[in-house]
Design a binder for this molecule. Sequence first.
Ligand SMILES: Nc1ncnc2c1ncn2[C@@H]1O[C@H](COP(=O)(O)OP(=O)(O)OP(=O)(O)O)[C@@H](O)[C@H]1O
Length: 674
Amino acid sequence: MNSQRHTKTIDEATDIELGDVDPISLKDIPLKDNTTAASTEATGSGSDAGSKEEPQLESTPPTFFQFLLLAKPELPLLLFSFALLIVADISNQLLPIIIARAYNALVDPLLDPSDRTHEINFTMMLVFILTLVGAVLGWFRLCIQGLAGERVVARLRLGMYKSVLSQDMSFYDETKSGEVVSRLGSDATLLQGSLSSGIPELLSGVVRAIICIILMFYLSAKLTGMTLGGVFVIFFLSFPLGKCLKTLSRLYQNTLGEAQTRSTEALGSPRTVQSFVAEEKELNRYAEKIGDPDKSKNWWPAASDERNTYEIGFKKVMVNSSFYTLIFGGGFFFLYLSLWYGFHLVNNGELSIGDLTAFQSYVFQVSFSVGQVAGNLARVYEGIGASGRMLYLMNREPAIPSKREDDDVPLEEPEHMDGRIEFKNVSFAYPSRPNSKVLRDFSLVIPQNTTAALVGSSGAGKSTIVSLLQRFYDATSGSITIDGHEITDLKLACLRHNIGYVEQEPQLFGFTVRENLLYGVTREVSQEELERVCRDANAHDFIDSWPEKYETFVGEKGVKVSGGQKQRLAIARALLTDCRILLLDEATSALDSESEALVQQAIDKAMQNRTVIIVAHRLSTVMQADQIVVMDDHQIEGTGTHEELIQSSKKYQDLIRRQSVMIKPITESFSKAV
Ligand SMILES: Nc1ncnc2c1ncn2[C@@H]1O[C@H](COP(=O)(O)OP(=O)(O)OP(=O)(O)O)[C@@H](O)[C@H]1O
């Protein structure tokens, strides 16, 4: 059942509606899926997830041309800005040759003073006009480039986010959210810088250098020959430094990503961090990746076992400074060398003084352009590296496909579901632990509108069954059907719309109560209906007691509501989706007895006229179920009603005995007290 991954276009990523995200064809970009590679290695060696290294979100970087394809939808804008760049550069580079006329007029013995003044004024007027034209065109060019960059990066961010949202659970098992956030943030910014300014500046440098070299040849072929030799020396010396800068930049980004992963984890669980007084531990974990300048006795970073951004950043600064010193220092060296030779040419009458000044200016421009090309080449490489990581995320094909391999047969989307569930010989191993079977030959029929309770030892696979029914993962073998439809033949959205799911720790979002309740609802819901459902879920009274009632903000991840309130809101949220099947995964296990009673009442109402699967540890919550399934060692040990299992299932008897032992002293002391 495991589907093969292959590359895809952004618009194919998912059937989740995301508005108009323009498709960018990335089919030609080959990608190495390192996550899959890591899994394969694990399979090969028979090792488990715990022993393998964290997979890196990285793919083979695209070629320069493939990288340019990312900006394909903006090609007209970019070509226009390129045309502006050429015109602006030609008009700017003509200036030294025009100014040379003024110099020559100054020293021309044949001109009388009024002709000389006229020549100088005419020349300088021309200079001002061309400067103005160059400035206006340059302004347009920068605006257009910036706009194109914003458009490309916004599209890429949306495409990447869309793809990440559509991934299967094995992706989330393997990937740290901090890393994805880093891809959306810093990698996208690097890529934007590279596309909107790195490549245009690189092209601008090339164009300017070519124009200057042509004009230099026009002024003096001899002097140009000598000067270009120097320029090439600078270029070749700076090349390895540029490459080194590229490697350091990639390392810097990866390390920053690792630091962000750590900080996201800690900031996402502030209560756990503070209750374990682990602030310093978390700070140290973050500092390991960021590097602490105050830990070194010197002003440079101390050597450390772990790669950190401070240390890499320091090396980057060193290489960057050497790079620019070489470009500008070398540029000036060859400028003065050519000036020296130029003086001799003027002395010999082979060059006018005006042409020598113009030439000087071109030498400087060419050195500057070479520096600009090399510097921006490093930036483009940074962008290419970043795009490799982003493309991995965008092109990753979810293991749970949103359409059939045979595209011609559409997935089924029944208008109504009765809710008869059947598991037939289902076996399953998590993709990250392919050698540990979590379910073995699991078979179970749950008739429409009945309740099945899954009980058994911890780790037996109860929650996994709930995950498989929602297709968070696909079974390794066997079949799961609802009303006779294989769930793999159903449209994923249709399947999940028909299933309501209440987790042990339901997640609320940082919205209002109303927005949280209507999270999965696509139809109009009136206030009366909302209140009725919340009453059924025992949630209306506490919502109504808050000053802002249904408009109350619940805080990030619902931190401002209690565990029991969260559960009841989650039940109401599930009910509002009109689900035919309700999955309750340990919905009351984390609650005190008073909250449990309130939630249990809500659950009892919610179970009416629905097919329900309850995963529970407390037997008191499942005794009324139509059938109880006892799980042991990843398979079914017994099935039946409470009364039947007490007679037939050793495991069930064990579970009852253990819970009675726990409750007995409490009930005895209670009886004595009253
Ligand atoms: N995402 C995952 N990746 C790899 N292994 C997993 C994953 N989730 C669960 N497991 C493993 O699968 C086995 C079954 O887990 P499951 O959560 O289904 O058990 P359970 O019966 O619900 O346990 P409990 O009652 O403690 O919640 C366990 O050994 C667990 O470590």
